[in-house]
Write a protein that binds this ligand. Structure first.
Ligand code: THU
Length: 156
């Protein structure tokens, strides 16, 4: 029998470095512009690139539900279609539209997409996920989030 341990830390906003705090604020701003009339659950994502540039996204829903997209992939695909600089950190925040706090735990599809780019850039991607208690889960390498992940090497 084997057990998988995920390496992460939990920090309050004040314990994070200034660059992370700024990134979280960018994610909060992006969340405010989410289009989520069906779930009433808004998500914001901010991505910092090496060198400090920031790209944001939010969830975009659709009356044909599967046509919508998560905040993380909106931000990731936007970043990757405009920039070639490696991704440093991804910050994610979430909230119900009635103001009720929520965990911003990204879905499996978004984890898969993040991991794709972590391999492409051959450098780890940090992830900050805001919890309902307003603390942040800090993950040094997104690969931690999806054990036994599928990637391009699996296709060789
Ligand atoms: N959502 C995200 O934007 N990111 C996630 O990682 C999980 C879910 C969005 C999709 C949908 O618009 C709403 O949250 C409810 O699932």
């Amino acid at each position: 029998m084997y057990k998988i341990n995920i390496e992460y830390t939990v920090k309050s906003k004040s314990e994070l470095k200034e660059a992370d705090r700024q990134l979280i604020e960018e994610a909060e701003e992006a969340m405010a512009k989410a289009y989520a009339p069906y779930s009433n659950f808004t998500v914001g994502c901010a991505i910092s690139l090496e060198g400090g540039k920031c790209v944001t996204g939010n969830n975009q829903e659709n009356a044909a539900y599967p046509s919508g997209l998560c905040a993380e992939r909106v931000a990731l695909f936007s970043a990757k279609s405009h920039e070639t600089t490696p991704i440093d950190t991804i910050a994610i925040v979430a909230s119900h539209t009635n103001g009720k706090r929520a965990d911003a735990f990204c879905c499996g599809n978004c984890r898969q997409v993040m991991i794709e780019y972590a391999y492409q850039q051959a450098q780890p991607i940090r992830v900050l996920m805001k919890r309902e208690d307003q603390k942040f889960i800090v993950i040094k390498d997104v690969k931690e989030l999806l054990p036994f992940h599928f990637n391009s090497e699996s296709l060789q």
